[in-house]
Design a protein around this ligand. Structure first.
Ligand SMILES: CCCCCCCCCCCCCC(=O)SCCNC(=O)CCNC(=O)[C@H](O)C(C)(C)COP(=O)(O)OP(=O)(O)OC[C@H]1O[C@@H](n2cnc3c(N)ncnc32)[C@H](O)[C@@H]1OP(=O)(O)O
Length: 220
């Protein structure tokens, strides 16, 4: 398998990326408002029509693909189009990941507050959404330890239901390594430290990837 990290030199200007981030934040607000709206039928149809106009306006000037990796002005590796951290991806929570060396090799943490759009069982977060967050955070920990790769397996134990609208914390750190394989463990816990989700992931570094000893900080 070949995989090109696809760094780009001619990234958009920071000012355009900030404008895109503002549009993305507004779109997330829209998604939340749609999920919770109690507007009457006629108003829903009217708003859908207004949104169709805006959608066409954006589609008229589409890119061929989402934003690839690029190096930001502060040297940070950015992935604006990423589904979990991307500042230009409305689907992203987004997760803001910080290094947390106290939890071990590649240790990372992120504050997470899920929203009603993440609903699975009524009043709770969808298990697949928790898995998405865990997959990315565990993968980030592997990359931070200089052992970036693709998820081979991801195993979750859903210990308690995950609420939305409450501040939670997600953490991960490398558990062990063997050749190109890196096992990472993580969890989502509430503010009292009660574990809601436990995760273990196996990340495999493709043979073609160069060594990543000085892993850059990564942001959306
Ligand atoms: C610097 C930039 C970094 C930026 C990063 C920012 C953070 C981003 C964080 C993003 C996080 C989000 C991340 C995502 O969303 S990643 C997206 C989801 N994952 C994928 O799409 C992966 C698809 N699969 C593949 O590409 C290949 O199968 C991989 C690369 C995984 C292995 O293909 P490769 O050809 O290399 O493998 P090999 O055949 O030589 O086998 C090698 C060894 O591995 C063992 N094995 C193989 N497959 C599996 C498996 N599935 N489970 C368990 N074990 C497996 C195999 O038995 C052997 O073991 P051994 O016999 O040697 O003991």
């Amino acid at each position: 398998m070949t995989f090109d990290l696809a760094f780009t030199e001619d990234a958009d200007a920071e000012s355009r990326l900030e404008a895109l981030a503002a549009l993305t934040r507004q779109t997330r607000e829209l998604m939340d408002a749609v999920a919770l709206t109690a507007a009457p039928e006629g108003e829903l149809a009217e708003i859908a029509g207004e949104l169709a106009v805006l959608t066409e306006r954006l589609r008229a000037v589409s890119r061929q693909s989402t934003h690839p990796f690029h190096i930001g002005s502060d040297g940070t590796l950015r992935h604006v189009g990423n589904a979990v951290i991307g500042s230009g991806n409305p689907f992203a929570l987004p997760l803001v990941i910080e290094p947390d060396p106290s939890t071990g090799e590649g240790g990372v943490r992120a504050d997470v507050t899920f929203r009603p759009i993440h609903e699975g069982p009524p009043g709770s977060v969808h298990g697949g959404v928790s898995a998405l967050i865990m997959d990315h955070l565990l993968g980030h920990a592997a990359a931070l330890a200089g052992r970036g790769g693709f998820t081979g397996t991801l195993t979750l134990r859903y210990v308690r239901r995950v609420p939305y609208g409450e501040p939670l914390a997600a953490t991960a750190a490398v558990a062990r390594t063997e050749g190109r394989k890196t096992w990472v463990e993580g969890r989502i816990a509430d503010q009292a430290g009660t574990v809601l989700v436990e995760a273990t992931g196996l990340f495999i570094t493709p043979t073609q990837w160069p060594p990543m000893r000085d892993a850059p900080s990564v942001a959306g």
